[in-house]
Design a protein around this ligand. Structure first.
Ligand code: SF4
Ligand code: ZN
Length: 293
């Protein structure tokens, strides 16, 4: 992870880092690794953590307590901000799933959850003056997204995001004073899920293993891709690294051949955050309207 951070200059002097945290394995490895890296290279860089309670019965509370214990045990000293869907969005995920089911809406809780989480993390990071937002996506997550985009024939998306960070496009529109979007970095992008599990065992971390109930109830496209890749990997251990490398090569090729349309975007009329060029309001604000909050 330290090599990934250095190689791609994910953290530089004067960066203020916001960590999106859960109590899962990726999150623990990321926060431990970034803390140690910062201690060694940029001791003055401020770090904050954000943990978001989605509002799923009995799911997140234990995780928050666990992260506090983990930080204490490993002497990780930074401010951990606890917030929730209820506080920012005005409804819990459980309430929204109730509405989805009652009205037979064709929506996946993970899509709703991901949209709201991304928005809250960006907002809190902005409010706290962060310059980088670190998220715990590992190599498996990244190549699953790659395969998903290939299956959907979505070359644009492949060319928009490097595996180790979000778009290079300046979504802040060159406006230095008012930021709209905090660049997201993925320090675990070169570590497979398997390596992260092994590292947790080696360090004696005991991440919370309890799965979100919605991840079990709703079979999703991504899980099928994960199973497919895991099956392949049993016979060829290089398959995931090869796919990650192909991701970089595709990105470079697309850039070189100038096949990517310059990425256009609008600012949401409701909340001011960047959104698609054809949209007036962002997905988050659309969900607010849908769920009447
Ligand atoms: Fe949210 Fe649960 Fe889906 Fe994760 S599995 S994105 S916590 S709904
Ligand atoms: Zn909005």
């Amino acid at each position: 992870m330290a090599r990934t951070i250095s190689k791609y200059r994910l953290i530089e002097e004067d960066d203020s880092i916001c960590l999106g945290i859960s109590a899962g394995k990726d999150s623990l490895v990321m926060l431990y690794g970034i803390y140690q890296y910062n201690l060694k290279h940029h001791q003055e860089n401020p770090i904050i953590g954000v943990i978001i309670d989605e509002g799923i019965e009995g799911y997140r509370l234990e995780a928050v307590q666990y992260v506090h214990r983990f930080m204490k045990k490993h002497q990780l000293r930074f401010n951990l901000i606890e917030t929730s869907f209820q506080e920012h969005f005005g409804k819990t995920l459980a309430e929204m799933v109730g509405i989805i089911e009652k009205n037979d809406l064709n929506m996946n809780p993970c899509t709703v959850c991901g949209t709201i989480k991304r928005h809250i993390l960006n907002k809190v990071a902005m409010q706290k003056g962060a310059t980088k937002l670190a998220i715990g996506h590992n190599m498996d997550d990244i190549i699953q997204t790659l395969i998903q985009n290939i299956i959907r024939n979505d070359l644009d998306k492949i060319g928009k995001n490097l595996p180790h960070k979000s778009s290079e496009l300046d979504l802040n529109n060159g406006k230095k004073k008012k930021r709209y979007f905090i660049p997201r970095i993925k320090p675990l992008s070169r570590l497979s899920e398997h390596e992260i599990i092994k590292y947790c065992q080696f360090k004696g971390f005991n991440p919370i293993k309890e799965l979100c109930p919605y991840s079990l109830n709703y079979p999703i496209f991504r899980r099928r891709i994960k199973n497919f890749l895991d099956t392949f990997e049993k016979n060829n251990h290089e398959v995931k690294y090869n796919l990650l490398n192909i991701h970089y090569r595709l990105y470079d090729l697309l850039k070189e051949q100038n096949r990517m349309e310059p990425q256009k975007f609008n600012y949401c009329e409701s909340c001011g955050q960047p959104t698609g060029s054809k949209r007036k309001i962002c997905h988050y604000c659309e969900l607010k309207r849908l769920f009447d909050v």
